[in-house]
Ligand binder design. Structure first.
Ligand SMILES: [Zn+2]
Length: 393
């Protein structure tokens, strides 16, 4: 089922899963390496932060470091059989649990293993990917991804199997916030009564939706945003991007490599998106029906991926304009052209309407992802915008 190494890495965004391959995060890497060197690996840990900060690739690099046969003081070797297998997600003692949808042939009791082939492809393409990207990747349609109670039985089964030859058996649970209550309670028992030489790494974005008893029994590793300089270097290394473009994109990506990748794939579209954003705001504000209809048609005729990218762009622009409106100019992250427009425009985006506008954009994104008629969705959005932009500050 697995390709040979060279083929595997050809399309991979990270060429290996050594710490050195992960973008930035030197403090976290040092901390994790320290736990291994000082022999104080906590058996249940929660890496907490946005996916784009690298929580999942850090978890995999940690697993690789722990099981590497020739690890050094600073990294795994990347070459030994364990390293090679882990980088290919084919290490028999590294298990993954992640939310899966109940769709198509997997309607009955879907578990992570049902989707493992897709999962490994997804991680290879982008280990910084988000929950929504994962659902899109498996064509989940309207189905939500969940970690169901059947998964907990699978976890128990896997952990009771003898280890192959690993130092540690490692279970990475991606997005435990998507566990239902039954699954959480079963998992809790496992965390409370750990199996020997077994390590749970929960990779979570938002601890609010995880039951407190799980949180209190895990050691939290807070993964912060990636420093701009590291993001820039990462874009140059991974995407082969020139220094100026990498600089521009790292500046607007809020320390999130997944966002940086998204922006870099649209680098040519950045100015086009700005033009369209300006038009959208102008037409909405003017509230002239023929212009509104023409614009909804124009936006509706773009490809779906472009529409989604544009909406993501709009959301960022609204947030940045709000920051400027609050006179926090030093915190804004604009390109020069965006900044020039915002000088005049930001007075229209304020706390009274920004939440409503972002909600409308999110809603549009949701419906477009689910193949609703884009013209109707955009018309609806323009009308909401027209109303919001006219609200008094
Ligand atoms: Zn190794």
């Amino acid at each position: 089922m697995f390709l040979c190494l060279d083929e595997f890495w050809q399309t991979a965004i990270l060429k290996n899963m050594r710490f050195a391959d992960i973008i930035g995060q030197d403090d976290i890497k040092r901390h994790l390496i320290g736990t291994v060197k000082e022999n104080r690996i906590s058996h249940a840990q929660m890496f907490l932060g946005r996916e784009g900060y690298g929580t999942l690739p850090l978890a995999i690099a940690y697993a690789q470091y722990i099981n590497c046969q020739h690890r050094t003081d600073s990294d795994s070797c990347g070459e030994c059989p364990s390293c090679r297998q882990i980088s290919q997600l084919a290490f028999p003692d590294l298990h993954f649990v992640f939310p899966v949808p109940a769709t198509g042939s997997s309607k009955e009791k879907p578990v992570s293993d049902t989707f493992f082939g897709k999962w490994s492809e997804f991680i290879r393409q982008n280990p910084y990917g988000s929950y929504q990207q994962w659902l899109d990747f498996v064509d989940a349609g309207n189905s939500q991804g969940l970690i169901r109670v059947d998964e907990s039985s699978e976890i128990i089964r896997k952990l009771t199997m003898k280890t192959f030859n690993a130092e540690y058996k490692i279970m990475i649970i991606w997005l435990p916030e998507k566990m239902n209550a039954d699954a959480s309670n079963k998992l809790l028992k496992l965390i409370e009564e750990p199996y020997p030489k077994t390590l749970f790494v929960l990779v979570a974005e938002n601890s609010e939706n995880i039951i407190s008893t799980i949180i209190s029994r895990t050691q939290i590793v807070r993964v912060p945003r990636i420093a701009d300089a590291d993001l820039r270097a990462g874009l140059q290394r991974v995407k082969g991007m020139g220094g100026t473009d990498a600089e521009k994109i790292s500046h607007i990506s809020e320390g999130d490599f997944n966002k940086a990748l998204e922006y870099s794939s649209q680098a040519a579209d950045l100015s086009q998106n700005l033009d369209m954003f300006i038009k959208l705001m102008r037409v909405s504000y003017s509230f002239k029906a023929p212009d509104m209809i023409a614009l909804a048609d124009e936006l509706g005729a773009l490809g779906r991926e472009k529409q989604k990218a544009f909406l993501t762009y709009c959301e960022r622009m609204i947030r940045e304009n709000l920051i400027m409106n609050r006179n926090l100019n030093s915190l804004t992250r604009f390109t020069n052209d965006e900044g020039n427009f915002a000088q005049k425009f930001s007075r229209f985006i304020h706390p009274q309407n920004s939440g409503l506008i972002i909600e409308a954009i999110d809603k549009a994104y949701y419906h477009i992802s689910r193949n609703a008629s884009a013209k109707i969705v955009f018309m609806d959005t323009i009308i909401t915008l027209a109303r919001c932009l006219r609200m008094p500050a």
